[in-house]
Write a protein that binds this ligand. Structure first.
Ligand SMILES: [Zn+2]
Ligand SMILES: [Zn+2]
Length: 330
């Protein structure tokens, strides 16, 4: 089978290896599609020893079941989850393996076949193609968890900082919720344009405008009620605090950089949201279905596995040229 190995800085090489077989309680999945994640920055770094096969946003078909693996059967369409918890700690027992101190990040999507434990697979909707389904494994779960964490109301004025694929999905989901004032921020003009198309009421390029002043003007002179940030940048952090009102809630998915004064935190609630939990998968599907979310509008390119390096160049060296890029295995 074909497998994509990270063989050097900005270098992925597809090689032929032996197809694995599933152990007890495991499934062999024929991977059909795996999306590139904004966190796949290993590509731009030197190769490490024994690096795993990357790719954690995949969907495919069950090809074989290991001994005692009976939740799925051969031929089932599945979506793959990316966090494996220890199964024993207080977080795992509560269904939140994302907070497990011994969690493993599960990859292996950029190849024709991969083995997954039962806990790592969800049913994929029959009527969904695999390219679209790859977005169920990570991309939609992050901003949807963000909605649950901040619970924005229709009359809230909400900013979204960083309009890469996840920020754009955040805009789409806020629109679907009925939020009337959505303000998108990014330094790439193409992404501001896309945010407008997908539901942002206002867009701001912080390199061209005083973002804090413009947001305050749009938000009753005092600032936004809520802010989501997919940006980790000192100036953005400062501006996010300054452009929200007292009592606002701020949700980051990537952490905050920079120095900020206590005054800027005044009465604000700060939330860090990470990935999504297995029990949220069905809720995520329901949200997409009930709101007729067009996930395809977020996919700009599909590349075959043989051209995976070209796909990464486009994703990371020319971010203005693409949205979500998906690799297909056949
Ligand atoms: Zn991801
Ligand atoms: Zn655990």
């Amino acid at each position: 089978m074909k497998t994509a190995f990270h063989t050097g800085k900005k270098e992925i090489t597809v090689k032929e290896v032996t197809k694995p077989s599933p152990g007890p309680g495991e499934y062999l999945v024929k991977i059909k599609a795996c999306a590139i994640c904004g966190s796949d920055i290993w590509w731009n770094e030197d190769t490490e020893e024994n690096e795993p096969v990357h790719g954690h946003e995949s969907a495919g078909i069950v090809e074989a079941c290991g001994e005692g693996a009976n939740k799925f059967k051969v031929g089932d369409k599945v979506v793959c989850y990316a966090i494996l918890g220890c199964g024993k700690c207080v977080y795992c027992k509560a269904g939140v393996p994302t907070n497990c101190p011994d969690k493993d990040f599960v990859e292996g999507g950029f190849q024709e076949y991969s083995v997954f434990a039962e806990d790592l697979l969800f049913s994929c909707p029959d009527n969904m193609d695999f390219v679209t389904a790859s977005l169920l494994s990570d991309a939609i779960g992050v901003p949807l968890r963000g909605l649950r964490r901040l619970k924005p109301g229709k009359n809230d004025k909400v900013c979204v900082w960083g309009l890469g694929p996840l920020g754009l999905l955040q805009v789409m989901f806020l629109k679907a919720l009925g939020v009337k004032t959505i303000i998108g921020l990014d330094t790439v003009e193409e992404r501001l344009q896309k945010a407008h198309e997908l539901g942002a009421d206002y867009t701001i390029n912080p390199l061209k405008e005083d973002a804090v002043a413009v947001i305050k003007e749009l938000c009753n002179g005092i600032g936004a009620d809520k802010a989501y940030t997919y940006v980790r940048h000192a100036k953005a952090t400062e501006d996010i605090f300054k452009s929200t009102k007292e009592g606002a809630s701020i949700c980051t998915f990537v952490g905050l950089d920079g120095k900020y004064e206590l005054q800027e935190w005044y009465e604000r609630t700060f939330v860090w949201s990470f990935y999504f939990t297995p029990t949220e998968y069905e809720e995520n599907l329901k949200f997409v279905r009930d709101n007729n979310i067009d996930l395809k509008s977020l996919i700009s390119d599909v590349y075959p596995l043989e051209k995976i390096n070209e796909a990464f160049i486009k994703r990371f060296d020319k971010p203005e040229d693409s949205l979500k890029i998906v690799i297909t295995m056949d």
